[in-house]
Write a protein that binds this ligand. Sequence first.
Ligand SMILES: Cc1cc2nc3c(=O)[nH]c(=O)nc-3n(C[C@H](O)[C@H](O)[C@H](O)COP(=O)(O)O)c2cc1C
Length: 332
Amino acid sequence: MNESERPATYWPDSEAEVPMGPVERVIYASRSEVRGPVLEEMRRIRDHAVVHNRRHGLRVALLNMNGWFVQWIEGPQEGVDELLARVSGDERHHGLLVIHRSKGRPRLFRPWIGSIVQSGESDRQVHLRVRAQYERHTRGETCEPSVAWLKLCAPPAPDMPRPLGRSPRAMLLSAQGAQAFGLLEWLVVKEQRLLVRRRFAGGAEDAPDVESDYVDLPASGPRGLRLVANARKGLAMGMTHAFLPDCAAVVLLLDGSVGRNQRLVERVLTACRQTHHSPLIVGLGGPDQVSTELKELVERQGMPWAEAVAPGSAHGPAELWATLEPVLAQLD
Ligand SMILES: Cc1cc2nc3c(=O)[nH]c(=O)nc-3n(C[C@H](O)[C@H](O)[C@H](O)COP(=O)(O)O)c2cc1C
């Protein structure tokens, strides 16, 4: 197992093969009754869930967000319904509403993915979105579970273009340090946008939280753009895997070290193989960083590659963004 495949937190993990045939996919939202430390309770739920879920071919993502639980369940229909019935009677939450049900390709690749997010929103804002999503579901509107999940847990900024459909998402990762987050922070100030910070709680004291921030850019491309900065270690997380198939592009902010750039490309290719997804891989950096070797590495896996080469040798955020934006504005 190389570094990119090692779980970033001690939420138990499984490398079990996931069937690619259609599975039942259900998402519900409920109000948490957990009054003490949420992480402790999530661990207790997890300890039970990993044993039960694996035995029944079920995979779940459980999010605790501002006093709500949102759970995404995938697997054979009988198993999913049996779990729903059992979980409905659990006193650690109430008011369970199914907001999505569909049959389709599996999106979760682990028997358990846990996350805790404090979004700073009011309970009412979350409640309104739960109701809206529940109504869409009961009207028979269909979508991918990741779309329903994002509408509920990470909705688009109110000024994002709507009539043309969903905005493309691009993931931004840096080969070195937290430069992807730095670029996003610079962009947020320049464009006067809201930076949404998400911290996904690690399961142990020695497993730090993993941050994933995003900004919605309504003026980038015809449908706007959501740019998501991820930590490199986040690439191995189940939550990142679940949403990778929704990313039209993965942007790699390269640096002066050939080895670091190569390791980053390899981590991304591993995650793409695991999720059976081929986003556009964009190499971003100076002329000596965006190399033919990286392009060949990507293309050897049958993935599309694009280059955003900033001229000259000084590559501050302004030069990087001026180079990158035209590439991202063309994403569908
Ligand atoms: C929000 C939430 C999510 C849960 N998710 C699971 C799960 O994915 N798998 C599971 O086996 N139990 C899960 N549980 C725990 C079950 O509700 C139940 O407590 C556990 O399966 C024990 O059931 P039993 O006493 O009938 O054996 C969850 C509980 C809560 C509150």
